[in-house]
Design a protein around this ligand. Structure first.
Ligand SMILES: C[S@@+](CC[C@H](N)C(=O)[O-])C[C@H]1O[C@@H](n2cnc3c(N)ncnc32)[C@H](O)[C@@H]1O
Length: 518
């Protein structure tokens, strides 16, 4: 007698959508001048002529705009718009909740489906992520869309929300420009036989959530979900003791025999499937479960021999300025601030000269540069006031707020110098320093969005050309600082001084004034 199979409880309800729901802004309307028109012309004898791999729009991950493509109805480059999804089915997995199987043979490069959900701001994503965690939700569905926005498929989403993570995935996410909006698609990285579980690497897309031990079973498994994502690095949480889903004992042992692609024989699937793909905004209620495989018989992941993932992020040292400008180099950039070389103020406002002071300053300056080169280097915020990887306080209007520090009263110093030439030299150096500082400030406005984008979405890097400009401007600023301080020291040491009474500086704007001159 056949043993009765226990039906797993259905997935928690969610609203099924097949286009993104914009919560914090309107859907962009594509302007006519922004429409990219390809040069394809449909040729009956060559189906690929209608916006296949050679189409200029396809090559730039842009979908053709209906009415503007000469191939008309034959255009094959409107897959997001037409929801041309691969056939898939839901399955209950062992230890990883629900997952999605290929329900047809999927070809390498094929568009599998769009990751749809609610488009929310990055701030809201952070808030929601925390709220979900507080509510005890262990499954996280928020992914990055771009520098400022995320897609949350927790309450509303497409079937892509069920695709689990693997450290050796058979799919990947790709961003496409569709009618002026960026949309995230799941694409097959390789041929995927029917019945194989679909997976992609969450590392670069996942916003994070409760820290979850990865059960993908791959030989090169990184141990945790999104282990390389920023969400993971920022995480401070631990999983519940009694949540055996995340316990070490339940991590499946890797056996290379499991590397063979597995598929679920159709006859073990319970055939009672509500159609979750037909149309938008269908609430999937607990009543209808898509085709479900018994968890005990299901060997889900199609694990491949261990090869380093090509999109693995490796922080790089910043090379000298002769790197080709069109190369993209992931890096952390820290704006550099004035570091007095050999001159400093003591608490009572007097100037101190001396080798130790100069050496400290030099060390701090070198440390600032070292931080540019090595992301993991400890940060010394005393001397690197604007640290790109941290959110900084801003003034109204978005301008960076400079840290409160004692300033060199150049005018006061010049007042004490008897020589006009010496005064002019110092004032000239100060002007150079101010120009270099202004250059850094204006460059910071340019580089900040790029840094933030890089920060939030490791796939996007700060362009090397921009990084080069930043490094160059930082070096100029260092040099200008150095020249100014060197000039002050030289002239103070070698030029006659005026008496304090003649020069007595007054206090202005809370600036420290030279009181204890020789
Ligand atoms: C986008 S959801 C995927 C669908 C989910 N399994 C479900 O039942 O709805 C991501 C969540 O699935 C689980 N998950 C995905 N991949 C996993 C893996 N390789 N190991 C363990 N849990 C995984 C984690 O709880 C994660 O937060």
């Amino acid at each position: 007698m056949e043993e009765e199979r226990m039906e797993p409880p259905p997935p928690p309800p969610y609203i099924h959508i097949e286009t993104n729901d914009f919560l914090h802004r309107r859907h962009k309307r594509q302007k006519e001048e922004d429409i990219a028109v390809c040069e394809c012309q449909y040729n009956l004898l060559d189906p690929d002529s209608a916006c296949g791999d050679r189409c200029l729009n396809v090559l730039t991950s842009t979908e053709c705009t209906p009415g503007y493509c000469l191939c008309g109805v034959y255009c094959k480059n409107q897959r997001f718009q037409k929801s041309q999804y691969a056939a898939t089915r839901l399955v209950k997995t062992e230890g990883r909740g629900w997952g999605l199987l290929a329900d047809e043979n999927i070809m390498a490069g094929q568009f599998v489906m769009e990751y749809c959900g609610e488009v929310i701001s990055w701030k809201e994503a952070k808030r929601r992520s925390q709220a979900y965690e507080n509510q005890g939700l262990t499954d996280a569905y928020i992914i990055y869309l771009n520098a400022d926005e995320s897609i949350d498929a927790t309450k509303k989403g497409s079937l892509a929300r069920f695709i689990n993570h693997s450290c050796q995935p058979n799919c990947e996410t790709r961003k496409w420009n569709v009618l002026g909006e960026v949309r995230v698609g799941i694409f097959a990285k390789q041929d995927i036989p029917i019945g194989t579980e679909l997976s992609y690497d969450y590392n670069f897309e996942w916003f994070g959530g409760a820290m979850v031990r990865c059960l993908c079973g791959a030989g090169s498994c990184s141990g945790f979900l999104g282990a390389k994502s920023r969400g993971f690095q920022e995480a401070t949480y631990l999983w519940e003791d009694d949540d055996d889903r995340f316990s070490v004992e339940n991590v499946p042992l890797y056996d290379s025999a499991d590397d063979e692609p597995t598929s679920i024989p159709k006859d073990i699937l319970i055939k009672d499937e509500p159609n979750t793909q037909d149309g938008n905004n269908n609430t999937i209620q607990n009543t209808g479960i898509p085709i479900i495989a018994s968890s005990s018989e299901f060997t889900p992941m199609n694990v491949e021999p261990s090869i380093a993932s090509s999109n693995e992020f490796t922080p790089m040292n910043v090379e000298p300025l002769n790197v080709s400008s069109n190369e993209l180099t992931p890096m952390t950039i820290e704006p550099l601030n004035a570091i007095p070389m050999g001159v400093d103020f003591t608490q009572n406002g007097s100037i101190e000269y001396g080798a130790q002071c100069a050496e400290d300053a030099l060390q701090n300056s070198t440390r600032g540069v070292a931080n540019l080169q090595n992301q993991s280097a400890p940060r010394d915020n005393n001397h690197t006031e604007l640290v790109a990887v941290k959110r900084r306080p801003t003034l109204r209007g978005g301008k960076a707020k400079r840290g409160m520090r004692k300033q060199l009263n150049v005018v006061g110093i010049c007042d004490r110098l008897a020589s006009e030439v010496a005064r002019e030299e110092i004032l000239y150096c100060e002007e150079m320093k101010n120009e270099a500082a202004a250059e850094i400030d204006s460059l910071y406005d340019e580089i900040r969005p790029a840094i933030e984008e890089h920060e939030r979405d490791s796939q996007d890097s700060v362009a090397t050309s921009l990084a080069e400009k930043w490094i160059e401007a930082s070096c100029c600023k260092y040099k200008a600082d150095f020249d100014l301080y060197a000039s002050i020291i030289k002239n103070l040491a070698s030029t006659p001084l005026r008496s304090k009474e003649d020069a007595a500086p007054t206090e202005q704007n809370g600036l420290m004034y030279l009181e204890n001159g020789p």
